[in-house]
Design a protein around this ligand. Sequence first.
Ligand SMILES: NC(=O)c1ccc[n+]([C@@H]2O[C@H](COP(=O)([O-])OP(=O)(O)OC[C@H]3O[C@@H](n4cnc5c(N)ncnc54)[C@H](O)[C@@H]3O)[C@@H](O)[C@H]2O)c1
Length: 251
Amino acid sequence: MVGQLSGKVALVTGGARGIGAATARAMAVGGAKVVVADILDDEGERLAAELREGGYDARHAHLDVSDEAQWERVVATTVADLGGLHVLVNNAGIGTLPDVETETREAWDRVIAVNQTGVWLGMKHAIPAMLAAGGGSVVNVSSIFGATGGFGASIAYHATKGAVRLMTKSAALRYAKEGIRFNSIHPGFIDTPMVEQTKGTESEQLILANTPMGRLGKAEEIAAVIAFLAGDGASYMTGSEVYVDGGWTAR
Ligand SMILES: NC(=O)c1ccc[n+]([C@@H]2O[C@H](COP(=O)([O-])OP(=O)(O)OC[C@H]3O[C@@H](n4cnc5c(N)ncnc54)[C@H](O)[C@@H]3O)[C@@H](O)[C@H]2O)c1
């Protein structure tokens, strides 16, 4: 995949750790100039510095994806400093565990604001820059729980990941003739800080028992597919949903 992204400018939200950090690394190795956008400034700065030390072009930008003014600023700065924007990975996400009856309005609103509104805002503000650059590729990070009911919990998370799946298809159809591709990726359970709390619990046993491969995925195993979708090797893919889940959805 080396070189598939050369000459491109890629912005990865939630890029400071987990799947986002692995994706930022994969983008850099693929030849892109990378913007690591996150609310975790120390981790974001550290990753960008590590990539620069490795000879790559990377920088951190503070971005809360639920804040439209911050999107406007980060996209404008990216275009001004790096000469354009060609790839957007809407990866930032948070989760809550409660089910339909136990979820609170406050937590629901925050999950929707980050996982769903944040993805829409990202597309809204990246599209004009991509059109100006002659085209682009957006990869939206959904989940196996954007298409299946999982364990009957995490109502807000499911709501947002299902929305990401269909916003991706809507945008793909809108821009199919204008050179911008939109695809969603649907990870199974991946070994990142997000699933750390399940380690050593019954939930972990349940997850492993329900995963045909019998193990968690690695962030790098998601990043590799995101980098492929972002690059020109996927030039005829738009509106697709790609599952990287150790076989979870094959059942
Ligand atoms: N880990 C899994 O098992 C799994 C499975 C399916 C989908 N996903 C999805 O993958 C994506 C990445 O998850 P992860 O496992 O790497 O989680 P993570 O918690 O390790 O990383 C999430 C990143 O998003 C950032 N973030 C959170 N809120 C933000 C905001 N408002 N603005 C900007 N950045 C923000 C965090 O600071 C963090 O760096 C998420 O969208 C998640 O829903 C994860």
